[in-house]
Design a protein around this ligand. Structure first.
Ligand code: HMG
Ligand code: MG
Length: 308
């Protein structure tokens, strides 16, 4: 088996990771954490979300976080934006990239952003245009690609329709979200078979939540099909409050461990990633889900031998 020489990891911990957490992380700690992440070798960090603070209270300090972090040259700092008001805030905070988002399923779209799919298109069209004309890049997300918490199966035609429309708007890259972690390898293969006939592999990213433990298997299949961009969250934090049952993203730590074993280059420093994970674990006051990270913690405490 031939694996790609290089993979890009897009860290979504400060946004997806924290948006569903009950414990409120202070602005100061969020900034300190993102500054640590900037030093790990990660080149893409989604730092926050300029959504309505009542909808996502955990990220109500988006403006202060985006303005407070130390920008490391060469790192792209992204934020989620749902509408014009969100983009205005994001541009004022000088983010590098705005990520627009919508769902492939009607019900999740409405529950998440209070709009139908058809109402969402013109909003995102304006956002992408304004983002690009402000000299920033525009990333797109589609949620519920592999299943919806309200509707179950999602028609692939709907995924194609939303993907094509987002690319026509001018997004630079599309992230395919398994919002509730239901995808399995044959399904990933089926969906990518269809999408890769329409879009180049280097324009697609995969965003797997690991609710049922299938995220790494799904990533492996995606790698085999030529995908080299993956979203992940430090320690395996994450989840969408408007998708019942959604739990954490695939852990950056677990993904890095697997890629290191495959000889794939990511540029990410495992030890610095461990330190940043320790920091947020302490602040959240609970064990992070990442199994790789928990093994590393046990090794550090001398409970396990040095079994790599
Ligand atoms: P709405 O209530 O329909 O908004 O919410 P509205 O336009 O009717 O405005 C109502 C009020 O909100 C107004 O204030 C606006 O000014 C204010 P009022 O006049 O009543 O005082 N408002 C805002 N304030 C600050 N920032 C804003 C903003 N917009 C309006 N940006 C809205 C619509 C989209 C805002 C809301 O539904 C929302 O914020 N939703 C976000 C939900 C969310 O963040 N979900 C999680 C992220 S998506 C995800 O996790 C999936 C992903 O990871 C991929 C995957 O896993 O599949 C990306
Ligand atoms: Mg997500």
């Amino acid at each position: 088996m031939k694996w790609p020489e290089k993979v890009t990891i897009k860290e979504v911990g400060p946004r997806d990771g924290l948006q569903n957490e009950k414990a409120y992380i202070s602005t100061e700690d969020k900034i300190a954490w993102i500054n640590q992440l900037s030093e790990t070798g990660l080149k893409h960090i989604e730092i926050t979300s300029f959504v309505h603070p009542k909808w996502i209270p955990a990220l109500s300090d988006a403006d202060a976080v985006a303005c407070g972090i130390r920008r490391k040259p060469g790192v792209t700092y992204t934020a989620l934006v749902p509408n014009h008001q969100g983009l205005e805030r994001a541009l004022k905070a000088d983010i590098d990239e705005a990520a627009v988002f919508m769902s492939a399923s009607e019900t999740h779209n409405r529950k998440n952003i209070n709009k139908t799919i058809n109402e969402t298109f013109p909003i995102l069209q304006d956002l992408v245009r304004e983002t690009v004309s402000a000299g920033k890049s525009s990333r797109g997300y589609i949620s519920t690609v592999f299943g919806c918490p309200y509707e179950g199966n999602v028609d692939i035609e709907q995924v194609i329709r939303v993907s094509e429309t987002l690319f026509e708007m001018g997004i630079s890259e599309l992230s395919l979200g398994d919002t509730i972690g239901v995808a399995n390898p044959p399904q990933v293969q089926e969906v990518l078979d269809v999408l890769l006939k329409r879009f180049p592999a280097d324009k697609l990213a995969m965003h797997f939540h690991d609710t049922r433990g299938t995220a790494l298997a799904n990533i492996l299949v995606s790698l085999e099909m030529g995908i080299t961009i993956f979203d992940s969250s430090l320690g395996g934090l994450g989840g969408c409050p408007y998708a019942p049952g959604a739990s954490g993203n695939v852990a950056t730590n677990d993904l890095l461990y697997m890629l290191l074993g495959m000889g794939t280059e990511t540029g990410v420093d495992q030890h610095k990633l461990f330190q940043a994970s320790q920091f947020i674990q302490e602040r959240l006051g609970k064990a992070l889900p990442s199994r790789t990270f928990q093994v590393e913690c046990s090794q550090q405490e001398g409970k396990l031998g040095n079994i790599v």
